[in-house]
Design a protein around this ligand. Sequence first.
Ligand code: MG
Length: 193
Amino acid sequence: MYTYINNMGNTVRENTRERENTHMFSDKVKKLLNEQITKEFYSAYLYLDFVNYYEEQGLKGFANWFMVQAQEERDHALLFIKYMQNNDIKVTLEAIGKPDVVMKKHIDALCASLTHEQFVTASIHTIYEAAYEDKDFRTMQFLDWFVKEQAEEETNANDNIKKMELFGTDSKGLYMLDQEMGARVYTPPSLVL
Ligand code: MG
């Protein structure tokens, strides 16, 4: 709250937060942003399930790859929370679903990760579309990073499937592939809010 004298000589009190934050977000965009938090945390949860599976299978490299992936997904969720907080949009944390991918073969989790990333891409595009319709340029600009990130996620998931199809059927090939997956290192997201 702050006070000033207007041109009529009257003392006016104003809420400074409202004055500073003139950008308007539609209820639809706010709802979709909030829902995306749950989806990103679910992604982390799903990939942690894959970590457990590969650990059980003795494929520590694959487990490492998905642990890094899970950390990235947590970061995505936190970026959505931060963006909403920065813009005074109320954050409501919802329940995270139980991962239910059945893994019978080593390639199953890799295929499931591609399907899941395609789902997340569609979700990001849905928010973008809603922001675009509203001329909500701020949200569009925030989502630009995620649009690019999703393209990378799908490429990585595709590459993993191709490599597994090519080399994973032979035990020596699988060993080498596990070594390669084990080399992945976590780095914080390049987007800073
Ligand atoms: Mg993500």
